[in-house]
Design a binder for this molecule. Structure first.
Ligand SMILES: Cc1cc2nc3c(=O)[nH]c(=O)nc-3n(C[C@H](O)[C@H](O)[C@H](O)COP(=O)(O)OP(=O)(O)OC[C@H]3O[C@@H](n4cnc5c(N)ncnc54)[C@H](O)[C@@H]3O)c2cc1C
Length: 767
C-alpha cells in the first residue's frame, strides 16, 4: 500500500468503481451478470479485489464499514462535499484523481462507461453519493438550508395560481380576515350548526354571493368568480364551505341552471341573500350513485293544476340532504314526473319543506342524519313526502314543461338524454369540489412543510439535530405532493374557464363533463391522501386537533363520495373517452382512422424504439416530449384495448351490462390515464406560456417532478408494455429524489404562493 494512499494497489486500480460496488453491496446482493459488467471495466478483470467481486463470498458488514470509512475519508481529503451531489461514478473518479498513486489512470472516456455501469446497477443519480456519504461529509445536517424564493417570484406564482379571478380570491381572503372567522375549537353539533349559519350570513353581508350572480336575478352569472370564491373558502372551516356550496351552488345552481328566466327572477334573489335557505334533494336511501332510477314521484293533476310529490316507500326517502335537518325552508326535489301515468323521467321541483318558524310543512317528514364523521356544522337530513301538493310553476322548466291541461313538452325527446343533460348542467358542483380539494391539500402541505423545516430530529453527536425536511424520505413524502397540488390548481383553472364560458357544442359539453368529473376524482383523492401523509409527517403534533389535521381529514374525506362517488365518476370519464374514440373511428372519412393509426405509429416509434426505451440520462428523463409521449401512449393503448375488447365481448354474445363488468377495471385505468395526461398538458402549457425565465424554470421543475413521480408510481405498467427498459425504469426514482432535494429548500416559500393567512390556516405548529 502506498504511504499516501488509504487503498491497496488492487483497490487503487479499481477506485472509480469502489463507491458503486460499496453502495450496490450495501443495498443487497449483486448478480453474476452485474459483477461481470463491473469486471469488464477493471484492468485485468479486477484481479485482487477478492470478495468485492465474488457472489459466493460477498463482503461482510465489517468490510462494508471499513471501505465506507476509507472512501469517506478520501473524499474529505479531496475536498469533496455532499452538497456537490455527485453520482457515484463521478465521486469515484474524483477520489481516484485525488489519490496520487492512481491519478491519470482513468480518462474521460472511462467516465462515460462508468456512468453506464452505474445505470445498469440501478444506483444512478446525484442523490446516490449523498445517501451514503452524507453523515461523514456533512455531519451537522446544516447542509440543508431554506432558500426562500424572492418575493417577486412568490408573487408571480401566486398570480398564476390565483388566475383571472384573483380579485374574488382576495375579496374572500379579506372577508375571512375578519376576527369572526376563527376556528372555534370543540362545539356541540347544535352550536356548531348555528355558528356556521351565522358565518354564512356574514359571507352574504360581505358580498361574496354576488360572485354567483352580479345582479342577483338577471345578467350572466360569473361562474369563474363563484369557483374562485369557493376554492378560497376551503382554506377555512369546511362545514362553512359545504353549507355555502349547498345553499348557493346546489340550491341556487338548480334554479340557475334548470329554471326558466321567470323562475330565476323570482327565486335567485332570496336564495343569494340567504332569505330562503334551501336544499338540493337528489340522493335517496335506495339510490345514490344511480340517480337515474330515483323513485320519488311527481304526478301532475290537471284538475287542480298541481304536482303531487310522493315518497312511495321508506327507501325512496331523500337522504344526506344538506340544510334539511335544521335550516332549509325549501328544497329542489328530484322526482319522476308523471302525467296521466306516463313517466317522463326525473325532473326538479321546488318544494317548501319548513315554515318560517322552523316547523315542517304539512305532509313533509324530516329526520336528522345525526352526528357524522365530519362536517358536523352542516345539518344533513332525510326527507319524505306524503302527497305534498306544489303548483305547476314549481317544476324547474328549462328542460321540460307541463301545460295546464297536462301536455308534456321538452326540447330533448329522450328521457334518459334529458336527465343526463340536466345533470351535465350541474357540472359546476364537481368543478368546485375539485378546486376546494386542492385548497385542502395546499393547507395540509403548508402546515407540514413549515413544521418540517423547523422540527429537528436526530443528527450526529455534538452537532445540531437535522431538520426533518432535510431527510430524503421526508422530501419524497411531501415535495411531489406540493408539485401535484400546483399542477391540479393550474388544471382547475383551465376547466373553470371552460365551465364559465358557454359551451359551444355537445362535444364540448361532454368533454367538460368528463374533465370536471375526472378532476374532482384526482383532486379529492389527492387531498385525502395528502392530509393523511401530512398528519404523519408532523408526528404527534399532527394528531393534536389544534393543528387542524383532525378537521381537515374528517371534513374533506367525503369529497371522494359526494358530487359523485369517485369510482363511479371514473366510469363516466372512460365512457366519454371511448365515445370520442368511437366517434373518431365511425367518422365516414377513413382519414380519421388513418390519422389515428399514424398517431399510434408515431407514439410507438418514439417510445418503443429500443434506443429511446433505454435512454435514462437526466436530460432525457426530464424531456417534456418524453413525458407527453408516454402519457399519450398509455391513453392510446388502453383506449384501443378497452374499445376492441368491449366490442369482442359483445360480439361473443354478452349483454352490454356484462360486457361493462368484464371491462370495468381497464376502463377506470383508462380514465385515470386520460386525466393524468390532461393535468400534465395543462401544467406543460403553463410552463411554455410563462414569459419570465426564472418562474418558467421553477414551474418546469415542478412539472417534471409531478409527472416523473406519476411515471415512477406507474412504472410497472410502462415496463410490462415495453415502453421503458429496466434501467430507465430504475432511473426514475433517483431523478424524482434529486428533484425533491433541489426543490426542498424552496418548499416553504412555494407554499406562500397559496395565499393562506396564518389566522385562517390555524395550526400553531405552522406559525
Ligand atoms: C356528508 C354528505 C353530504 C351530502 N349532501 C348531499 C346533498 O346535499 N344532496 C344530495 O342529493 N346528496 C347528498 N349526499 C349524497 C351523496 O351525493 C351520495 O352519498 C353519493 O352520490 C354516493 O351515493 P351512495 O351514498 O348511495 O353510495 P353508493 O352509490 O351506494 O356507493 C357505495 C359504493 O359502491 C360503489 N359503486 C356504486 N355503483 C358502482 C358501480 N356502478 N361500479 C362500481 N362501484 C360502484 C361506489 O364506488 C361506492 O364505493 C351527501 C352525502 C354525504 C355523505
Amino acid at each position: 500500500m502506498s504511504a499516501r494512499s488509504r487503498f491497496s494497489d488492487a483497490e487503487r486500480a479499481a477506485l472509480p468503481v469502489l463507491p458503486m460496488l460499496l453502495v450496490a453491496w450495501a443495498d443487497g446482493e449483486l448478480t453474476a451478470a452485474e459483477l461481470d459488467a463491473v469486471r469488464s471495466m477493471l484492468p485485468a478483470g479486477g484481479a485482487g479485489l477478492g470478495r468485492w467481486l465474488d457472489p459466493a463470498q460477498p463482503p461482510s458488514a465489517a468490510d462494508l464499514h471499513d471501505l465506507r470509512g476509507r472512501l469517506a475519508g478520501a473524499a474529505a481529503d479531496a475536498g469533496l462535499s455532499a452538497a456537490d451531489r455527485r453520482g457515484l461514478a463521478e465521486l469515484g473518479l474524483a477520489v481516484a484523481r485525488a489519490d496520487a498513486a492512481s491519478s491519470g489512470a482513468w480518462s474521460d472516456t472511462d467516465g462515460a462507461a462508468l456512468q453506464a455501469l452505474e445505470h445498469d446497477l440501478g444506483i444512478y443519480g446525484p442523490g446516490a453519493s449523498a445517501r451514503f456519504f452524507d453523515a461523514d461529509l456533512d455531519p451537522s445536517g446544516d447542509g440543508f438550508q431554506l432558500e426562500p424564493l424572492p418575493d417577486a417570484r412568490v408573487a408571480q406564482l401566486r398570480a398564476l395560481l390565483d388566475g383571472p379571478h384573483a380579485a374574488w380570491k382576495d375579496r374572500t381572503r379579506a372577508a375571512l380576515a375578519d376576527p369572526r372567522f376563527r376556528h372555534p375549537g370543540e362545539l356541540n353539533t347544535a352550536a356548531y350548526r348555528e355558528r356556521v349559519l351565522a358565518w354564512l350570513h356574514d359571507l352574504v353581508d360581505a358580498g361574496l354571493t354576488g360572485s354567483m350572480m352580479p345582479a342577483a336575478s338577471a345578467g350572466a352569472p360569473d361562474l369563474g368568480a363563484f369557483a374562485a370564491t369557493f376554492e378560497t373558502l376551503a382554506s377555512f372551516d369546511l362545514s362553512l364551505l359545504v353549507k355555502f356550496g349547498v345553499q348557493f351552488g346546489l340550491f341556487g345552481g338548480s334554479v340557475l341552471f334548470l329554471g326558466s328566466e321567470a323562475q330565476r327572477a323570482e327565486w335567485l334573489g332570496p336564495i343569494l341573500r340567504l332569505e330562503l335557505p334551501g336544499c338540493f334533494a337528489m340522493t335517496e336511501r335506495g339510490h345514490g350513485s344511480n340517480v337515474r332510477d330515483l323513485e320519488t314521484t311527481a304526478d301532475y293533476v290537471p284538475e287542480r293544476g298541481v304536482f303531487v310529490i310522493d315518497t312511495p316507500h321508506n327507501l325512496a326517502g331523500k337522504e344526506w340532504i344538506g340544510n334539511a335537518a335544521a335550516h332549509g325552508r325549501m328544497a329542489t326535489v328530484f322526482a319522476r314526473l308523471r302525467v296521466a301515468g306516463d313517466d317522463h323521467g326525473v325532473h326538479a321541483f321546488l318544494v317548501p319543506i319548513r315554515r318560517e318558524d322552523g316547523s315542517p310543512m304539512p305532509r313533509v317528514r324530516i329526520a336528522d342524519n345525526g352526528h357524522k364523521m365530519g362536517l358536523n356544522g352542516v345539518d344533513n337530513g332525510r326527507l319524505w313526502f306524503d302527497g305534498v301538493e306544489v303548483p305547476r310553476s314549481a317544476l324547474l322548466s328549462r328542460f321540460g314543461e307541463v301545460s295546464a291541461e297536462g301536455a308534456y313538452a321538452s326540447p330533448i325527446a329522450s328521457p334518459t338524454r334529458r336527465f343526463f343533460t340536466m345533470l351535465a348542467a350541474l357540472v359546476g358542483g364537481r368543478v368546485c369540489v375539485a378546486a376546494a380539494s386542492s385548497t385542502v391539500a395546499a393547507s395540509a402541505l403548508t402546515i407540514a412543510l413549515r413544521y418540517g423545516a423547523r422540527r429537528r430530529q436526530f443528527g450526529p453527536e455534538a452537532a445540531a439535530e437535522t431538520p426533518i425536511l432535510a431527510y430524503p424520505t421526508h422530501q419524497r413524502r411531501l415535495i411531489p405532493r406540493l408539485a401535484r397540488v400546483i399542477a391540479l390548481k393550474v388544471a382547475t383553472q383551465g376547466i373553470v374557464a371552460r365551465w364559465a364560458s358557454v359551451a359551444t357544442s355537445d362535444d364540448d359539453a361532454r368533454e367538460l363533463e368528463a374533465l370536471a368529473a375526472g378532476l374532482k376524482v384526482l383532486a379529492s383523492r389527492h387531498a385525502t391522501d395528502t392530509v393523511q401523509e401530512c398528519r404523519e409527517a408532523c408526528g404527534g403534533q399532527g394528531y393534536a386537533a389544534v393543528n387542524r389535521f383532525a378537521a381537515l381529514k374528517a371534513d374533506s374525506d367525503v369529497f371522494t363520495t359526494f358530487e359523485g362517488d369517485n369510482t363511479v365518476l371514473m366510469q363516466l370519464v372512460a365512457k366519454s373517452v371511448l365515445g370520442a374514440f368511437k366517434a373518431k373511428l365511425s367518422d365516414p372519412l377513413p382519414l380519421a382512422l388513418v390519422r389515428h393509426v399514424a398517431q399510434r405509429a408515431a407514439t410507438a416509434l418514439a417510445e418503443k424504439n429500443p434506443v429511446i426505451r433505454r435512454l435514462h440520462d437526466s436530460e432525457h428523463l426530464r424531456d417534456g416530449a418524453f413525458h407527453r409521449d408516454l402519457l399519450a401512449a398509455r391513453v392510446e393503448e388502453l383506449t384501443d384495448e378497452v374499445a376492441r375488447g368491449f366490442k369482442a365481448t359483445l360480439d361473443a354474445g354478452a349483454d352490454p351490462f356484462d360486457a361493462l363488468l368484464r371491462w370495468q377495471m381497464p376502463m377506470v385505468d383508462l380514465a385515470h390515464a386520460w386525466m393524468e395526461a390532461q393535468v400534465h398538458g395543462a401544467m406543460r402549457d403553463a410552463v411554455e406560456g410563462c414569459d419570465d425565465p426564472a418562474l418558467q424554470a421553477l414551474l418546469n421543475d415542478l412539472c417534471d417532478l409531478h409527472v416523473l413521480t406519476h411515471l415512477d408510481d406507474q412504472r410497472g405498467w410502462f415496463l410490462e408494455r415495453g415502453y421503458l427498459s429496466a434501467a430507465k425504469s430504475r432511473a426514475l426514482g433517483p431523478e424524482v429524489e434529486a428533484l425533491c432535494a433541489s426543490l426542498a429548500p424552496q418548499a416553504v416559500s412555494l407554499t406562500d404562493a397559496f395565499g393562506l393567512s396564518p389566522a385562517v390556516l390555524g395550526a400553531p405548529i405552522a406559525q
